[in-house]
Design a protein around this ligand. Structure first.
Ligand SMILES: *Cc1c(COP(=O)(O)O)cnc(C)c1O
Length: 422
């Protein structure tokens, strides 16, 4: 029976509500229906937040924020946002094609181009949009372009590739042998775009950027790198993993976000002046949507400038990461191998992953969102912990004690032997 016939309402008409109820029921059946915590972060007291729980408001500690360096509560960043709102108002007042560009957005793009050592940068309303419309526009401007995409690429890149309508091949995650095989099959003459991330945010592993660039050089491919989880966090000026590895100049397009380590909102690409001008002129996700509000632009600029000069946030962040990993490992909690600030702890079951998260929040005042399918593969469900410069030693030991308690109560597996932290 065709599916629409199973949703017959009064007088033989379609019962639309039934489709939505069915969709939600499927998620419940697979134990991956999502509930969002109702929170108010407390500026000046990160990682504390007020949780609006059934019983009423209570204070909790957030361990899963992507505001990795707590720049969202940095007084200079907040002041820039407030002062700019008072001077220029709240919104941008239109798309840049219709209403021009507010000056703070020009300053932001100049700052971003400088951050990545590129001729130009273009800001979008989110990192998601920058990937989606950036990749699809670039690929459409290159006739017969073949996109080579890492198997673990973020959904925003996958959507960009899909929207481009160009041919794509997927290489196994960070697998240089496979990538080279696909480049060889495509041949040197064909235009090719390699699309990948520097730091994969669910496992915390890092791409071999130089070696991917070596292959791009050998086979004449362009490179597009998503540095969303690395900008602000790595490199002497917060330019990301490519800056840390001395590879920024080898990448054609660097894409990043203003919403994670920079604590604001928005996304961007940085690259050659002609390439950026072409995207500006052809990308529907840029042309047909209102520009980022001036207060956000000004705040992001201050955050970027601050992290270009200051090492202390990055140092305290990495120190906290090392400490969290070491303590979890010595408690034999199953920390997954990670080369970065992402600390995933394996649960391997969607219902138990959610139960662990619920218990931590309700009984220990610790918020760690469960990460289930489709964000990660089934069977690899996990708690994804993101330490920050604001988590202190007491919070870390409370976290480890709470996790061990929850592990015991749910009968979750421990690692057999304590390992060394990477
Ligand atoms: C979060 C994320 C994005 C999207 O960035 P937003 O600014 O949040 O829209 C893009 N790529 C990756 C890898 C991400 O994790």
């Amino acid at each position: 029976m065709p599916e629409h016939l199973s949703h017959v309402g009064a007088a033989g008409t379609v019962c639309y509500e039934g489709y939505f109820a069915g969709a939600i029921a499927r998620l419940h059946a697979e134990q991956r229906y999502r509930v969002f915590a109702d929170l108010e972060r407390i500026a000046g007291r990160f990682p504390y937040a007020v949780l609006h729980a059934h019983e009423g408001p209570k204070e909790v500690i957030i361990w899963c924020s992507n505001d990795y360096l707590a720049m969202g509560q940095n007084p200079k960043v907040i002041d820039a946002m407030v002062a700019t709102a008072k001077r220029l108002g709240t919104g941008a007042g239109g798309t840049r094609n219709i209403s021009g560009t507010n000056h703070p957005l020009i300053e932001l793009e100049t700052e971003l181009a400088d951050l990545h050592g590129k001729e130009a940068a273009l800001v979008f309303t989110s990192g998601y949009i920058s990937n989606q419309t950036g990749i699809s526009t670039l690929a459409r401007l290159i006739p017969d372009c073949l996109i080579l995409s890492d198997a673990r690429n973020h959904n925003s890149m996958i959507e960009g590739i899909r929207q481009s309508g160009t041919e794509k091949v997927i290489f196994r995650h960070n697998d240089l042998v496979h990538l080279e095989e696909l480049l060889r099959i495509a041949g040197r003459a064909r235009p090719k775009l390699i699309v990948f991330e520097s730091l994969y945010s669910m496992d915390g592993d890092i791409a071999p950027i130089h070696r991917i660039c070596d292959l791009a050089d050998a086979y004449g491919a362009m490179t597009y790198l998503d540095e969303v989880h690395a900008v602000g966090l790595y490199g002497p000026r917060g330019g990301g993993i490519a800056e840390r590895d001395g590879a920024m100049h080898r990448i054609d397009v660097i894409e990043g976000t203003l919403a994670k380590a920079f604590g604001c909102l928005g996304g961007y690409i940085a690259g050659g002046a002609m390439l950026v001008d072409a995207v500006r002129s052809y990308a529907p996700g840029f042309i047909f949507t209102t520009a980022l509000p001036p207060p956000i632009c000004a705040a992001a600029t201050v955050a970027i400038r601050h992290l270009k000069a200051s090492q202390s946030e990055r140092q305290r962040h990495q120190a906290c990461v090392r400490r969290v990993k070491t303590e979890l490992i010595s408690a034999r909690l199953p920390v997954m191998a990670s080369d970065s600030h992402i600390v995933p702890v394996r649960v391997g079951d969607p219902a138990k992953c959610k139960a662990a998260s619920d218990m931590l929040l309700a009984e220990y005042g610790i918020y760690i969102q469960p990460i289930n399918y489709p964000t990660v593969a089934k069977g690899t469900e996990r708690l994804r912990i993101t330490p920050s410069p604001c988590h202190d030693d007491i919070m870390i030991s409370q976290l480890v004690t709470a996790l061990a308690d929850v592990w015991d109560r749910l009968g979750l597996p421990y690692d057999k032997a304590a390992r060394a932290a990477e």
